[in-house]
Design a protein around this ligand. Structure first.
Ligand SMILES: [Zn+2]
Length: 56
């Protein structure tokens, strides 16, 4: 497996952030890149889904 190691890929690394669930207020961990969600995240409390592409 080839490993890409450039500066560019490091800049693009998503950051983990806790945001509040709009439904119940529980904290949900989501991965953001430039404030946009990069991966769907589900609230552990109520099951609300934070969708990929949402801005936070
Ligand atoms: Zn929730």
């Amino acid at each position: 497996m080839a490993v890409m190691d450039g500066c560019e890929s490091k800049k693009r690394t998503p950051v983990l952030k806790e945001i509040k669930c709009p439904q119940c207020g529980e904290e949900i961990e989501v991965f953001l890149r430039d404030s946009f969600v990069v991966e769907d995240a589900t609230c552990p409390e109520c099951g609300h889904v934070i969708h990929e592409g949402e801005k936070h």
